[in-house]
Design a protein around this ligand. Structure first.
Ligand code: C5P
Length: 300
């Protein structure tokens, strides 16, 4: 028997980052929006835990115990007194090491898929607890929609969204490591006073109204200077998207994917076309959000 879970990517419409904590993490005010770019994770009963991966960039995905999907299966098995005897196959479409929570998505999807395969009866709260242990962005991948993440990003408050937002994503020629981007943030912040991260009320209002122009005014990413410092070529991609009519251009999470907010689907297509033709990125994808989080697909 197999279970397949579909799980979306995310973009951060606000990423406010506080000073480094004693545990090395940073307190965040992290407003997540799930967008319609998906990985599909299939788990099948097997003799032993095994991970395989297909799709663009799958060669860069670790298939060992460090893979979040493998760790999710082990964590759920451990809690529910069984062995993690599953073959996990990840069909990847979310950019790898792109700042769109692709690894976190696979963790949440594998957890939900194993839960369904094994019929563990774990509560939603227990699943969210395991997600939070796996990584800061993993709970959001389970929940989807839009949410404010506080703490290190794992404590979620779901947000109302009054419409659909249209995005274009420019994929870069190489990845960026999230810890490296946070380290660069610390280096750039050295000697400066870092304010407590707080969610922007105008941004939350723009989401609630479904107002793309107001959202464009309000989007921020405190990791953007660090990502640009490590990957200066991204500035040309941001400029190209703005010149093509994007309402807002920003680095997605820790990057290096860049995200462009468009007024509507037609405008997103124009921005995508210009970015594809411009040659400042490896590939371009269009996706709208919010969309639901990890979802078990019907068998068959
Ligand atoms: O939680 P996760 O494993 O996804 O975090 C990856 C890395 O990103 C952490 O090891 C840390 O370096 C950095 N991070 C951080 N503060 C956060 C979230 C992540 O410094 N709130």
């Amino acid at each position: 028997m197999s279970v397949t879970v579909r799980v979306p990517a995310k973009v951060n419409v606000q990423l406010a980052v506080g000073a480094a904590r004693p545990d090395g993490f940073h307190d965040l005010a992290n407003v997540f929006l799930a967008v319609g770019l998906y990985d599909e994770v299939t788990v099948t009963g097997s003799d032993e835990l095994r991970v395989t991966c297909s799709g663009p960039g799958s060669g860069q995905v670790p298939l060992d115990e460090s893979n979040l999907a493998a760790r999710a299966a082990r964590a759920l098995a451990g809690r529910t007194g069984r062995e993690a005897r599953v073959h996990i196959h990840i069909d990847k479409d979310i950019p790898v090491a792109g700042g769109m929570a692709g690894g976190s998505a696979d963790g949440a999807a594998a957890l939900l898929a194993c839960d369904a395969l094994w019929g563990t009866g774990a509560s939603r709260e227990e699943l969210l607890e395991i997600c939070a242990e796996l990584g800061s962005d993993v709970p959001f991948s389970l929940v989807g929609g839009a949410a404010l993440g506080t703490g290190r990003g794992e404590r979620l408050t779901e947000l109302e969204v009054g419409g659909t937002f249209h995005w274009v994503f420019a994929l870069a020629g190489r990845g960026l490591s999230t810890p490296a981007v946070f380290r660069e943030f610390d280096r750039l912040a050295a000697g400066r006073d870092i304010p407590e991260p707080v969610a922007s009320q105008p941004l939350l209002d723009a989401l609630a109204k479904g107002d793309a122009d107001a959202l464009a005014e309000a989007v921020t990413n405190d990791l953007q200077p660090a990502a640009l410092s490590l990957f200066p070529e991204l500035a040309a991609t941001l400029d190209a998207g703005r010149a093509a009519g994007a309402l807002a251009a920003l680095v997605s999470g820790s990057g290096p994917t860049t995200a462009f907010l468009a007024r509507d689907a037609g405008s997103a297509a124009v921005v995508a076309e210009a970015l594809s033709a411009g040659g400042t990125c490896r590939a371009v994808r269009v996706a709208a959000g919010p969309v639901p989080g990890a979802t078990v697909l019907p068998a068959g």
